[in-house]
Design a protein around this ligand. Structure first.
Ligand code: F6P
Length: 550
């Protein structure tokens, strides 16, 4: 894979907060002191059409963001000043944009179809053949019986993407696909109802060294050997990894090892062989449709002018809310069955990519980087945390995601309830309910003056809380691919503006190493003394209680 060093953009050597466009935005921010979205809508009946954009079957309504035409102009000027078009070109051309690991981040090549590198096309063919055979019942266990259950053993980017895709679009027929991430109880619960003779495990690990996944793989191998005897695990294992030798020595047959490459980050790897469990659940054609949807978003990202570019618009308005309004968290709230795992996938994508504190040149940042991302299915959330979204002291920007058309099996009446709730929450966050309106409603309901005055402050909603709505025409493999690629590129644009490396994750490596050094302490007969007092205290407390309460 030829990787060229990414071009050095001189504007990136200017500290971001001293950049003219950044200073202009800081000045513009002062004009927002007394603005309310409610007035912006009242004075501009065209606001929705002015601040919405469409691409790849998705409508982005960002009219409820804290933006005016001037705000957008200044944000687009910042993007230009930071060399965004060149940065996008470097990313999509497979240049070495991952500066610390000196690698490309070429996940767009995985969905480039005929233009994809030969090794990508070969791997996809092998995946389609294997998934097709599994779905046709032509893959048999050691005892000659067709595989009925596939268990994916992986964690983080080796699980979140395929689990999301499989949940969003599992097709009829084919083996049942299970996702096991953590060792112990989760694996035991998954295996309890399964027949070892008809179960296949896929060890999903780019490094083939992630502790949780290897513990699960060894436990699965023991379960198989206990159940299938000396036939050995070969017929019941496959692997997806960049470390083929490690998979071979584990006992996975060569022909069942699907390659990963170092120029694909774990959180960007759904489109690679990591997607194999999803392809088994969806079927090869639907997986191809998902790749095509992502490729369509890549083309939009590459070709659309910034002012009509969905990833760029979402990234810039998100940066505006985070960096200039101090909105340190952001919620992603799908009102769409099949997308309940989207917030978890996005947490890794955005927080492993944007959770950085030094610039791509290793200098401490003088500004905040990525916001904390959280969320969950909307219809449950409005009975849980929406209270804080509406009346808390901390405004939280929300991405609402829903679909125009109901999914097969969902009645249009039920689907209308989903849409009505989604749109109502977004509207209320924007317009709020004033104390005067609340008091009038209370009086109209029969409350006296004093009671209305007493309750009004408690029932009013401040509003002026930004949200975006992504409206998919329907949830299909194609629109799912476009949606996920949209967020991948949104993440990249923010990293480019903040000048941070979106593609390494050194912060998680230290935790893995320290955990490995702590593990032997629990089996040691001598007290822990070499760690900090808290860690020594905790470890020794566990050991003491284990002896007292074996
Ligand atoms: O959390 C750290 C991380 O390396 C993620 O980036 C990755 O998706 C996950 O662990 C699993 O890593 P592997 O695929 O190597 O097992």
């Amino acid at each position: 894979m030829p990787v060229m060093p990414a071009g050095r953009n001189k504007s990136r050597t200017t500290s971001l907060t001293r950049a003219p466009a950044w200073r202009a935005l800081a000045a513009h921010r002062k004009t927002w002191q007394d603005r309310h979205l409610r007035e912006l809508f009242a004075t501009d009946p065209q606001r929705f059409s002015r601040f919405s954009a469409e691409a790849c079957g998705l409508l982005l309504d960002y009219s409820k963001n804290l933006v005016t035409a001037e705000t957008l102009e200044l944000l687009l000027a910042l993007a230009r000043e930071r060399g965004l078009p060149d940065r996008i070109g470097e990313l999509l051309a497979g240049k070495r944009v991952n500066s610390t690991e000196k690698r490309a981040a070429w996940h767009s090549a995985l969905r480039a179809g005929h233009a994809a590198p030969r090794e990508v096309r070969r791997t996809l063919d092998a995946m389609r053949s294997f998934a097709g055979a599994l779905r046709a019942g032509a893959v048999k266990g050691a005892g000659g019986r067709p595989v009925t259950d596939v268990v994916s053993l992986g964690i983080g980017g080796s699980a979140l993407g395929p689990a999301l895709a499989a949940e969003a679009w599992a097709a009829e027929g084919g083996p049942r696909v299970h996702f096991v991430t953590t060792p112990g109880e989760m694996l035991a619960r998954a295996l309890a109802p399964l027949d070892a003779e008809t179960t296949l495990f896929i060890v999903q690990s780019k490094s083939f060294s992630t502790q949780e996944t290897l513990i699960n793989a060894r436990a699965a191998r023991a379960w198989l050997e206990n159940s299938c005897g000396s036939a050995g695990p070969g017929a019941h294992f496959a692997a997806v990894t960049a470390q083929a030798e490690a998979a071979l020595s584990f006992g996975v047959p060569q022909e069942r090892i699907f390659p990963m490459w170092d120029w694909v980050g774990g959180r960007y790897s759904l489109w690679s062989a990591v997607g194999l469990p999803a392809m088994i659940a969806m079927g090869g054609d639907r997986f191809d449709d998902m790749l095509a949807g992502a490729a369509a978003m890549d083309a939009h990202f590459s070709e659309a002018p910034p002012e009509h570019n969905l990833p760029v618009l979402m990234a810039l308005t998100g940066l505006w809310h985070a960096s200039f309004f101090g909105m340190d968290t952001r919620a992603v709230i799908p009102y769409a069955p099949g997308l309940s795992l989207l917030p978890a996938w996005l947490q890794q994508l955005e927080m492993e990519s944007l959770g950085k504190s030094v610039s791509s040149r290793g200098k401490p940042l003088r500004h905040d980087s990525g916001a904390v991302l959280w969320g969950g299915a909307g219809i449950e959330g409005q009975h849980a945390y929406f209270q804080m979204l509406h009346q808390g002291t901390r405004p939280v920007p929300v991405d609402f995601i829903t679909c125009r058309a109901p999914r097969a099996g969902t009645g249009s009446d039920t689907h209308a309830v989903m849409l009505a709730n989604c749109f109502a929450q977004s509207a209320l966050l924007m317009q709020g309910v004033t104390a005067a309106e609340t008091a009038a409603a209370l009086r109209a309901a029969g409350a006296g003056e004093r009671e209305a005055a007493r309750l009004a402050p408690h029932q009013a909603l401040p509003g002026n809380r930004p949200s975006s709505t992504l409206l998919l025409d329907a949830l299909t493999p194609h629109s799912l691919g476009a949606l996920l690629a949209l967020y991948e590129h949104r993440t990249f644009v923010q990293s480019a503006i903040w000048d941070i490396n979106a593609f390494d994750q050194w912060g998680v490596e230290h935790g893995k190493q320290l955990a490995s050094s702590l593990l032997p302490e629990f089996a040691s007969a001598t007290p822990a003394t070499t760690h900090d007092a808290s860690t020594n205290g905790l470890v020794n407390y566990v050991k003491k209680m284990n002896t007292e309460k074996p």
